[in-house]
Design a protein around this ligand. Structure first.
Ligand code: C2E
Ligand code: MG
Ligand code: MG
Ligand code: MG
Length: 285
């Protein structure tokens, strides 16, 4: 196991060489307790249809309401967590919490899929057990679970990623390549990887309407995705102009501040009601 990790390029945490070690170690020590208390929370950002009229799903994004430091974003603590085995406990916590929420919503009449981010270091055979446990605990339909993995995860260990994705697919779980276009490689690793979705990185999406070059890239990625039989999602949709262009270009799903920021569960439901979204996906009682 350690050898496999080493091959995958995962460094052992070395406090002696880490300039942030005391802060990082302190945070890591607190994370376990945070998972067992109410400090760790998921916010949910909606994904909507190209024309913005239908809710297609939510993406769960982790937040840490730290008693001293205030709200910590993933960038503030994930890099440290990913260097330790705690990342597996966090992946498990996020999956179970997100699917519990989704199952609760389903029972209330809100039918939606749920997307969860998986760190590169968690994309190994152990992930399959965690997914199995979360699906069983929540009686969730695997086809309504999306696991978002980044290109970095695929580059880490292409053969391992391919094997894990293939097994997730056999199990009926959907897999998305997150931040597509932002990694150092893409097409070589995309080939032979049985994913269902591409999420176009937000740097191409943000100023889409004003930058003809971005539009060429985005329309090409949409065409590529569709020819490969994949669903294509745009992240970071911040303006009505970008949303309109993406809709015209045939983008399947849109996500971004223009529609909603990541929201606590109660606010996410309130948003769905207030927007009056229609379609088979939403049957709020
Ligand atoms: P991501 O998966 O690409 O998630 C999208 C990020 O962009 C989120 O940041 C979201 O708040 C932000 N975003 C959404 N719409 C817009 C927009 O219109 N404009 C701009 N400027 N930003 C937008 P966040 O929540 O800080 O998460 C950052 C990254 O941390 C995520 O990127 C994901 O890679 C990782 N992450 C978040 N939650 C988890 C988690 O539970 N587990 C793991 N392993 N990684 C996570
Ligand atoms: Mg994501
Ligand atoms: Mg992304
Ligand atoms: Mg991103």
């Amino acid at each position: 196991y350690a050898a496999k990790r080493a091959r995958a390029g995962v460094m052992r945490y070395d406090a002696a060489t880490d300039p942030h070690s005391s802060g990082a170690l302190e945070l890591l020590g607190q994370l376990r307790a945070a998972m067992d208390s109410d400090q760790l929370a998921l916010h949910y950002q909606p994904k909507v249809s190209g024309d913005g009229s239908r809710l297609l799903g939510f993406e769960a994004l982790v937040r840490w309401n730290h008693p001293v430091r205030g709200v910590l974003l993933p960038a503030d603590f994930l890099p440290f967590v990913e260097r330790t085995h705690l990342i597996h406990a966090l992946t498990r916590w996020v999956l179970i919490t997100a699917l519990r929420q989704a199952a609760t919503w389903r029972a209330q009449g809100l039918q939606t899929s749920m997307a969860v981010n998986v760190s590169a270091v968690s994309l190994d055979a152990g992930l399959l057990g965690i997914v199995e446990e979360a699906l069983a605990l929540t009686r969730w339909n695997p086809a309504d679970l999306v696991l978002e993995i980044t290109e970095t995860a695929i580059i880490h260990d292409p053969a391992g990623a391919r094997a894990t994705v293939a097994r997730l697919r056999e199990r009926g779980v959907r897999v998305a390549v997150d931040d597509f276009g932002a990694g150092s490689t893409s097409l070589v690793h995309l080939r032979g990887l049985a994913v269902h979705e591409l999420k176009i990185d937000r740097q191409f999406v943000r100023d889409l309407a004003a930058h003809p070059e971005d539009e060429v890239i985005v329309s090409s990625v949409i065409a590529l995705a569709h020819r490969l039989g994949l669903t294509v999602v745009a992240e970071g949709v911040e303006t009505v102009a970008a949303a309109d262009r993406l809709c015209a270009l045939g983008c399947d799903e849109l996500q971004g501040f223009h529609f909603a920021r990541p929201l606590p569960a109660e606010e996410a439901v309130a948003w769905v009601r207030a927007e009056g979204l229609t379609g088979a996906a939403v049957e709020l009682r």
